[in-house]
Design a protein around this ligand. Structure first.
Ligand code: AHR
Length: 669
């Protein structure tokens, strides 16, 4: 009996009928070498949105550590005599606080920091407090006690660990102390108190404090100025091939002044000027007045992390056009072609920062930061979601300059914010004319799009720029815009088309990557976290099932002679991994019913027989709109089983795939 195709698409769920007891034969052409899959194929789109950096991946626990927010005391509470001063030792961050004599020997001067939605600490872990300080010189030394506190405790003492730092000099110096937490708390507070046990509290007494920083002693890879271990490990586990940074809209800025300027993000952290991120106000219904970029996780830390996790870095820089998507045309503050040189220089200097010799201007900065070896940068993106004639006009200037100086660097252009249409077609034509290496496509789209676009790239021209599917995620309609299982299943189905078209799709990254549960502006997102824990969304699991099983060559897999792009609710792709000596078949079953599938391998040499156990990893949820949460992070996770060889018959493996299931079959050869 022939099964009928989709008869209805209801609220993003496919309803199939008449599929009783049909075996779907999926034929894999194992006789051909297949299409090489790029090492960059599945990667990361990182943007500092949703408190991804400060309060997230960047392990700093103090908010507004340099007193440079619009309100210099934002994030801080004060008691006693605290003054904000403006002539500090770091020219880009001139503010600091002066903790002075409180006016009476029994009064107290102290500052308290609330952290990012509180300060998360774990029992038995150590935290390094550091700050720059000087005393007023009226006495040989002053003391500051530093504390981790639980203001809400019912216990006798709010402070649960403390240390004392002696500020021994009237010159600015860096001081540090370690605090070992005996408890786990998601919402602790940091306090620095001018010690009053000194009987000689005097009116002249004061301590100036600047760049007050609190880091877990243990950071990812033990890096100084490093990353939160649990989030970084979750990213590493994706084995990403490519790592785009720093966005997103923040590359462009609301205006050019607020664009991401990478030069502000390198060098000593104390002197990196902060930036007000657009994500503090872009959505007035999710406003975060205290959301700034400290640039503590800057370009050096980015390149270092990319290297540590084995991903090709892909930095994106401003093309001289501020964000078009959120701005009316008349609000634009674009750089004219005549004004573009500093922007082009930024791109060239960034390449030098990454790859230049240690005696070059920017190579020296990298070396001084601790990495004399080049980072081996191979790609750069110019502009984010730009469109209209102004973009290719400006991009052309960049392309000429980069090609002339760095012909070895691949250039990524943009097809704008739209997944298709006039602007999209125009930009693709222009990208071909300019000869960029890859074109960045974005599609935050509904269920229908993901169901219907598994064949999107089957008909793309095979010459010219390659595709970087640089931002995509299934955004459910009718308010279903969260990380539910159904969205991830449709993404899995769609991604079979990326893999099948590995000759032109060279990079792909789900977006955005990170979100703090108390600080998000945009969802769905791949990895969620609070101050203590990480939650991996269903979409994370799908991405990982692809990226850790991406193989070296894409093979043809067909059903009834056609690519498997939704017939009977099935989507499939096949790869061979020449290093691991595996065939890896991915099948998404969007139907409401189980289906029998036969994976039939054609073209094997006469000596070759496939009859080994098959490892099958499935992602499934009975409730399509269920999701993982921080309270229940493992509600929906991949489950792996081994299917014994009896399921093989003449190089054909037959099994059942459950309803609404994404499955990855691994077959050793
Ligand atoms: O990922 C969130 C935003 O979506 C990015 O900043 C932008 O590129 C896109 O519009």
């Amino acid at each position: 009996m022939k099964a009928r195709r989709t008869i209805a698409s209801l609220a993003g769920m496919l309803i199939y009928v008449s599929m009783a007891a049909q075996t779907n034969v999926l034929t894999i052409d194992a006789g051909k070498k297949g299409i090489p899959i790029q090492d960059t194929m599945f990667g990361l789109f990182y943007e500092d949105i949703n408190f991804a950096a400060d309060g997230g991946l960047y392990a700093e626990l103090i908010k507004n550590r340099s007193f440079e927010f619009n309100d210099p005391l934002a994030g801080w509470d004060i008691i006693g005599n605290v003054k904000v001063m403006g002539d500090g030792p770091f020219s880009n961050n001139p503010h600091y606080v002066r903790l002075g004599y409180p006016g009476h020997p029994s009064m107290l001067t102290a500052i308290c920091n609330e952290g990012f939605f509180g300060i998360g600490v774990e029992a038995g872990h150590e935290y390094r407090i550091s700050f720059w300080a000087r005393n007023s010189g009226t006495r040989p030394a002053e003391q500051v006690s530093v504390h981790l506190c639980l203001p809400s405790t019912m216990g006798e003492d709010q402070s649960f660990c403390q240390n004392v730092v002696t500020v021994e000099s009237p010159e600015w110096k860096r001081y540090e102390a370690v605090l070992k937490s005996p408890i786990t708390a998601a919402k602790a507070e940091f306090r620095a108190v001018l010690v009053r046990e000194h009987k000689a509290n005097t009116p002249g007494q004061s301590v100036d404090m600047e760049h007050i920083s609190l880091f877990p002693v243990e950071t990812f890879n033990g890096d100084e100025n490093g990353l939160r271990t649990d989030i970084a490990e979750a990213i590493k586990a994706l084995e990403p091939g490519v790592f785009r940074f720093p966005g997103g809209c923040i590359v462009e800025g609301t205006n050019l002044e607020t664009r991401y300027q990478w030069k502000n993000s390198v060098g000593p952290v104390e002197n990196r000027p902060i930036n007000k991120t657009r994500w503090s106000y872009t959505f007035p219904h999710r406003m975060f007045p205290d959301y700034y970029q400290s640039y503590g996780l800057g370009f050096y830390e980015y390149f270092r992390f990319a290297e540590e996790i084995g991903a090709e870095p892909l930095p994106v820089v401003s093309c001289g056009i501020a964000c078009q998507f959120e701005n009316e045309p008349h609000w634009h503050s674009d750089a004219s072609i005549d004004e573009l040189q500093p922007f082009v220089d930024d791109a060239l200097d960034l390449i030098e920062f990454a790859n230049g010799p240690v005696d070059s201007e920017w190579g020296r900065v990298r070396a001084e930061m601790g990495h004399p070896e080049p980072f081996n940068l191979k790609y750069i993106g110019i502009g984010n979601e730009q469109w209209g004639e102004g973009y290719p006009q400006r991009l052309e200037v960049f392309v000429k300059a980069i090609r002339a100086k760095h012909p070895e660097i691949g250039i990524i252009g943009s097809s704008g914010p739209y997944k298709d249409g006039e602007d999209f077609d125009y930009l693709w034509k222009e990208m071909r004319r300019l000869g960029v290496d890859l074109v960045d496509e974005h599609y935050y789209a509904n269920e229908e799009f993901f169901i219907n676009n598994a064949a999107r790239y089957d008909t793309y021209p095979r010459t010219g720029p390659k595709v970087f599917a640089g931002e995509y995620a299934c955004h459910g309609v009718d308010g279903r815009k969260w990380n539910h299982f159904n969205a991830s299943l449709l993404e899995a189905a769609f991604m079979t088309g990326l893999e099948r078209n590995a000759d032109i799709v060279h990079m792909a990254s789900y977006a955005p990557l990170l979100a703090h549960v108390e600080g998000w502006q945009w969802r769905p997102d791949m990895i969620w976290f609070d101050n203590l824990d990480v939650m991996l969304s269903c979409s994370y699991h799908v991405q990982k099932m692809y990226s850790t099983n991406c193989g070296t060559h894409s093979l043809s897999i067909v059903m009834d002679g056609e690519n498997v792009t939704g017939q009977r609710g099935l989507y499939a792709s096949a790869v061979r991994d020449e290093q691991k000596r595996e065939y890896i078949i991915k099948v998404a079953n969007l139907a409401e019913e189980s289906q029998e599938i036969s994976l039939q391998f054609k073209g094997l040499s006469r000596k070759e027989t496939l009859d080994c156990p098959v490892t099958c990893t499935v992602l499934h949820s009975d409730d399509p709109y269920a999701e993982n949460t921080l309270e229940n992070p493992n509600a929906i996770v991949p489950v792996t089983s081994v299917i014994e060889p009896s399921s093989w018959y003449k190089n054909t493996f037959t099994s059942t795939i459950g309803p609404r299931t994404f499955a990855v079959y691994t077959i050793s050869y």
